[in-house]
Design a protein around this ligand. Sequence first.
Ligand code: HIF
Length: 374
Amino acid sequence: MASASRSFARALRAANVSLRTPSTRTARFLAPQQTVRPQWRRGYASGQQEPSEKYEGNPSGLIVGAGALVIGAVGYATYTQKPEWFGQEKVVKPFTPRFEDYQKVYDTIAHELQEKDNYDDGSYGPVLLRLAWHASGTYDKETNTGGSNGATMRFAPEGDHGANAGLKAARDFLEPIKQQFPWITYSDLWILGGVCAIQEMQGPKVPYRAGRADRDIAFCTPDGRLPDASKDESHVRAIFGRMGFGDQEMVALSGAHALGRCHTDRSGYDGPWTFSPTTLTNDYYKLLLEEKWAWKKWNGPKQFEDVKTKSLMMLPTDLVLIKDKSFRSHVERYARDNDAFFKEFSDAVLRLFELGVPFQQPEDQRWTFKSSFD
Ligand code: HIF
């Protein structure tokens, strides 16, 4: 408001309109004050004028003065409403998106997932989920760095990390949606993409909060924060422990490998984990327990294949879940009980997606988006 008044005064000065009263006496009184108290010029009460100072000019001066005041008031009102008429930039009120606006973005992602069905096994869903997880999974609880706040994978150092190979497909899928809804940050959009992918692939509802900010290249995380699939249980615990997760949550999250596949031109590994890689079920746990897994004989990195069909795969880090006793108890529970898996997966993935984000939206006011199945 103060700067608007200043700009208006400047505009009037430029148009040679004086706000000062024509009384020479008052003008004389004002002149020295203006040099030390510039707010006089803005016409605000200063408390400096003596009560005995009365107007003693002639009445025609009074009329002209009153006229100038009226013109000034009308002009000021016009200026604040239509600053562009005075050569100032129009002040655009900030748009505060609400639940309905985010639901529109969700619906657009869901629509595009259905439209673009000639990718991989028929859906971009799995790679969208992997983007959301890799954006979040850089979090380090000790330093409170990394996590989904920032979308720093947009920049070469982080985008080029070996673990992120192939995620350009997901970022490119979301780019036109970002152009369509320019008010949403990349950071919020990538996580919304993950939430939408889970729900649209018939997974559980994953409540969501908005408020992530995009950050610059300086916030890129160092390489090595995401897991290495060739390692053992101590590595899995170290990586997820750094994010603040315990055994049960690690196993619950791992059910996401029911979705998607490995690509030789990305990670070097090959094949899907389940027979239905675009539908979220507890099949990952069932297959881990029920199938016989053997080392695949090939020239690629060491991975397992199912002995029966040789069409499914498991990473060394997946097999760890049935070798380690503590992990295995949860695998058995989720294999028996899909509802328990859905509930605990939703809780864990929600936590993953929120790591390190300084939200304004309170925890008890998360949004749950309608999916295309509702
Ligand atoms: Fe994955 N994961 N992930 N992952 N991941 C791959 C693919 C997907 C690990 C390795 C790989 C999780 C944990 C781990 C998804 C989701 C999640 C690939 C194949 C590898 C190598 C990439 C490619 O070649 O395209 C390791 C070592 C993890 C720690 C144990 C999470 C729990 C399971 C956190 C998770 O949510 C999804 C989805 C895919 C499929 C991507 C696709 O393009 O189809």
